[in-house]
Design a protein around this ligand. Sequence first.
Ligand SMILES: Nc1nc2c(ncn2[C@@H]2O[C@H](COP(=O)(O)OP(=O)(O)OP(=O)(O)O)[C@@H](O)[C@H]2O)c(=O)[nH]1
Ligand SMILES: [Mg+2]
Length: 356
Amino acid sequence: MAKSTLHISKGVEDAPSINPKLKAHPFARRSPEELALKLAMGDLSALAQGITLVESQAPTDLSDASELLNLLMSKSGNAIRIGVSGVPGVGKSTFLESYGIYLLEKDPKAKVAILAVDPSSAKHQGAILGDKTRMVELGKHPRAFIRPTAAGGALGGVARATKEAMILCEAAGFNHIFVETVGVGQSETMVSQLADCFLFLAMPGTGDELQGIKKGIMEMADLVAMNKSEGEYRTAAERGALEVKRALQLVTRSQEEWIPSVSLISGLFCEGFEVLEADLERYFRHAKIKGTFEQKRNEQNQFWFERSIYEGIQSLFASDINWISLKSALNQQVLSREVSPFEASRQLLDSLKGKI
Ligand SMILES: Nc1nc2c(ncn2[C@@H]2O[C@H](COP(=O)(O)OP(=O)(O)OP(=O)(O)O)[C@@H](O)[C@H]2O)c(=O)[nH]1
Ligand SMILES: [Mg+2]
């Protein structure tokens, strides 16, 4: 597809004047150019429409979606991207709502976007997630945008849609992007392909704090916050934080020289946010000085490039009737042990050579 040379305005000042009498209905379908123009001016309905477009699985939307992303790509990349995970009920949504409001009240230039991903709700098109992510107060704020991402299909599809939604949010001027994901399945691994920083929320328990925490999380977390640390839970939270700190010291980390700090917060009572904010700033300073910030983004882009190639190849052949029947025949032979899986795949790939 030819790259569009459309000029996208940098703000309201240099935006072309739009005749107010010609206002489109908010749900009217807009062209990618029009959508990009409005979105880059920070129009939230255009942002929502843009995300719906990139989430769409309809073949007719694919070219519009990729044109929109091409038009806005150069305007993305300026936000800090934080992935927030933790067991169901730990208080992710509560924390994000109050921490979002905290950031917005503190800094008049802050714009906060929250993309909530629940892989388990992909089947239900986000209906369950929609209920859980109301975030009523934050949702009313003019500099906030909340969106449950629910692309149908596998976790990979949801992750990709979230990555693209992130690009659109950045193009619309959002400078703090949070991705909330429920800590089940492979969702943390997915978040590490999307975010600059992985913030893991834990909560005080009745004894062994690490029991409910999945293996591998300690290696992935860049920061840990012990939520629900207010009032009567404070002592248990302090004990839990010590235990988590000890566990963090035991794991070998890929991020050289960085030992995640563990802070005590209460999302419900807005406590501990200054310390957490300072920890986040320290993390980003460290990552930028050490070069791991850029390195991580480069690796993520490479990951998405590779992944898109394989997905593209898969979908190219998934609809080819000859390919499907040959694959199914070879699969039978593999099952009946007539050929090895390797030989079968070689034969299948050989059949492609003529086509490519
Ligand atoms: N005491 C206390 N309760 C909290 C705190 N944060 C959240 N809660 C409560 O914990 C429950 C779960 O909170 P959510 O914010 O929905 O938790 P979540 O992690 O987003 O849950 P899922 O989206 O289901 O994974 C709610 O009843 C909250 O009111 C806190 O800081 N202190
Ligand atoms: Mg939630």
